[in-house]
Design a protein around this ligand. Sequence first.
Ligand SMILES: Cc1cc2nc3c(=O)[nH]c(=O)nc-3n(C[C@H](O)[C@H](O)[C@H](O)COP(=O)(O)OP(=O)(O)OC[C@H]3O[C@@H](n4cnc5c(N)ncnc54)[C@H](O)[C@@H]3O)c2cc1C
Ligand code: SF4
Length: 338
Amino acid sequence: MINFEYARANDVADAVRQIAADPTSKFIAGGTNLLDLMKEDVERPARLIDITRLPLSDVEETPDGGVRIGALVPNSDLAWHPLIAQRYPMLASAILAGASAQLRNMASTGGNLMQRTRCFYFYDTVTPCNKRQPGSGCSAIAGINRINAILGTSDTCIATHPSDMCVALAVLEAKVHVAGPGGERVIPFADFHRLPGDAPQRDTNLDANELITAVELPADGFAKNYTYLKIRDRLSYAFALVSVAVGLEMDGNTIRRARFALGGVAHKPWRDEAAEAGLNGKVANPEIFERAAGLVLRDAKGFEHNAFKIELARRTIVRALIQAAHGTPQSQNNKKIA
Ligand SMILES: Cc1cc2nc3c(=O)[nH]c(=O)nc-3n(C[C@H](O)[C@H](O)[C@H](O)COP(=O)(O)OP(=O)(O)OC[C@H]3O[C@@H](n4cnc5c(N)ncnc54)[C@H](O)[C@@H]3O)c2cc1C
Ligand code: SF4
């Protein structure tokens, strides 16, 4: 691990000022991803700007019936917050499907959005990796790519975004509030994370001198017909091979409005509006869910070790849609241990 300077930000403006003054610095929140990357020599910030004392830890209702989540709200507090547990249970389920209780206690909302890929070669500093070192090549394309992407890949990178929480935020169409030297702006969730294209070193459209201040949820949380289904190698403490978040608005057996997103399959949470639109106005049944899955996966491309993900994703989409249409009972994950 390299030597680095440490500074604390006093307020949001100070945090932005400090990062703008030194582009080699990095914000640190829970530290659960950044410190690992520093220990592995993947990230080498000359300076850490500690943002943990900033007043960004509230979960509050907005005037239009939505909820604003401060960037420093820990993942555990968010999942168990009454507003989230009752009105956005899909989001609570997704958060609780991630990491471990200890990690969720430390991990922040903003840090979860910004966590980096788990591609093996990104962590292995002796192998080429375009994300870690632009222009050096991609070791995963012809290497061990079992956990890599099947959708939206490019010739330069086939990494996935590993977050569970972000898959639910994509379905909810959250907004990301950010502050930078030019003032504040709002990024729709669909535009926050990027596909790798020819610049895989950039995971998001957040500028290097911007701070996430909050994530805003709209009023509609799909609290009756939802699911978050995560398929992984172990039942806990493992990243998704494939995950699916679903929110349905039902009228009896008929789907009035459908949204769903996939995790573990692309460089960003993956939504397909054509597949969603094909479900609207239809009576819920496995055949239309199969059709929707086929649409989502029409351009999926497997590599030597991850082609199984295409069939896994198809089955996971169908099962998740069936569960959501039935009205998902509260999962084990959402039950607090007495
Ligand atoms: C063993 C292990 C298992 C895990 N399993 C899962 C899992 O199954 N599912 C899952 O979703 N996640 C999982 N995680 C990842 C975990 O959720 C993330 O590490 C965590 O959410 C990151 O939050 P943090 O506050 O600790 O971020 P930090 O490590 O502090 O920061 C991460 C990055 O975000 C940037 N950052 C932080 N806050 C802001 C902000 N407000 N504005 C701009 N930039 C910011 C930092 O500069 C840094 O680049 C796992 C992690 C570990 C170590
Ligand atoms: S898939 Fe992306 S992160 Fe993995 S080795 Fe290739 S360039 Fe690096």
